[in-house]
Design a protein around this ligand. Structure first.
Ligand code: AMP
Length: 402
């Protein structure tokens, strides 16, 4: 039995889950929020207990120390020596990483060198890694990359049609994201619906949350995914625009007098459901407003569904058909309203037969939505990125590589 910690550091947050492996038992989980602001929040859940504290948390180092102190304070571990590996979620692995890797100084330098590809997360990953290294000296760390699962794409799927020399020189290509989630969904679905045999399976995975991406998975491997150079690309999201005609940037900069950086920020933080509806980035608010007759809220929901439906069509062709379609993440798992809008957009073309009554009220649990005779099986499957990190930690321990 090994205890391993899955860590996800954002610019001002640190999410964590402590597992007992190989049982995959969650011993505790929590979130450190508002790091660097005047007042931070430290949260932990263990067994039936839940603790939330407000206190200044100036940096990730203090955040990591709070987490580790809580483990002994609340009796979750007797000693920190019990933790055998820390697995860090890293968003961008670029061309360097097609699987998880030791998070050592060499790889930290590589991750840091890719900051231009992920300015939002890369610095936080490095800070978080350093914080845990200092707090748990001698305990090995691994980096689990969001992009790694997508490294099996062919050049036709990952290249942008720009001058080839620029793609090469600047590593400017589609990397995708949410790979750990898509990998979990594919592995789980193959186990549950195809007797564990990946060969011959064609899966369309829809990870639809505040960030959203679709992934076409053949024989258990990614062949195409919707996010691009950064997580701004692909389908419409909570606050992100997703794919745009590239000339929109130039046109709007000229119209508004805003800089490229300012427009980029608008495409990332003020677009998507929020930008179109003018109401919220949260599907619950958008749905409520649409049902009260707010026309822009309704339009934003339909636009969102249409963008997802367009990618489903594209990936249906890319896969040469589809055996299984998965809805997952915050919206995919919880919003019957958005699932129905999307399914209605694709059901005729794909020959789906859906039990729309079963779709209603379904929240965060695995369920088959399609009926007998549907040409594609459609399921809801809750994702679990943290358990994938814990499994990678275990693999590394058992392989003796750390
Ligand atoms: P995620 O980024 O995967 O955590 O997804 C978060 C998003 O999922 C929220 O912004 C909401 O849009 C959506 N969401 C979460 N819970 C629900 C719910 N109970 N009903 C509808 N939408 C939900």
């Amino acid at each position: 039995m090994y205890k391993v910690m899955a860590v996800n550091c954002g610019s001002s947050s640190l999410k964590y889950k402590l597992y007992e492996m190989p049982e995959e038992k969650v011993l505790c989980s929590g979130n450190v929020e508002r790091i660097g602001l005047a007042q931070g929040i430290f949260g932990i859940k263990y067994g039936e207990e839940k603790v939330s504290l407000e206190l200044p948390i100036p940096d990730h180092k203090v955040g990591a120390k709070l987490v580790l102190d809580a483990l002994t304070k609340y009796g979750i571990v007797k000693s920190l020596d019990e933790i055998k590996c820390v697995g860090h979620r890293v968003v961008q692995g670029g061309k360097y990483f097609s699987s998880s890797a030791e998070f050592d100084q060499h790889n930290a330098d590589l991750i840091e060198s890719m900051t231009p590809l992920d300015p939002l997360h890369a610095p936080a990953h490095i800070t978080g890694w350093k914080a845990f290294c200092e707090a748990l000296p001698g305990v090995p760390s691994i980096a689990v990359f969001d992009t790694a699962f997508h490294q099996t794409m062919e050049p036709e799927d990952y290249l942008f049609p720009i001058p080839y020399e620029m793609s090469e020189k600047y590593d400017c290509r589609r990397y995708g994201a949410h790979g750990t989630s898509h990998n979990y969904l594919a592995d789980t679905a193959i186990k549950h619906y195809f007797g564990g045999k990946a060969e011959g399976t064609r899966i369309l995975s829809c990870h639809i949350g505040s960030g959203s991406s679709l992934c076409a998975i053949k024989d258990g491997k990614c062949v195409a995914t919707s996010m691009g150079l950064t997580p701004l690309g692909g389908v419409m999201m909570g606050t992100r625009s997703g794919d745009l005609d590239p000339s929109v940037m130039d046109y709007l900069c000229n119209c508004t007098g805003k800089s490229v950086d300012e427009m980029y920020d608008i495409f990332n933080k003020k677009s998507g459901l929020l930008g179109v509806s003018g109401v919220s980035s949260d599907t619950r608010d958008v749905e409520a407003a649409a049902k009260e007759g707010n026309e822009r809220a309704l339009l934003s929901a339909k636009l969102f569904a249409r963008r997802v439906a367009d990618y489903i069509g594209q990936y249906y062709v890319r896969l040469g058909g589809c055996d299984l379609m998965i809805f997952s993440a915050g919206i995919g798992e919880n919003s019957d309203y958005f699932r129905e809008l999307i399914l209605k957009d694709v059901e005729e073309a794909l020959g789906l037969k859906i039990d729309y009554k079963k779709n209603i009220g379904l929240r965060g649990k695995e369920e088959v939505l399609s009926l007998e005779g549907s040409k594609v099986k459609v399921i809801v499957l809750p994702t679990d990125e943290e358990v994938m990190i814990a499994r990678d930690c275990l693999r590394r321990i058992e392989n003796g590589r750390i």
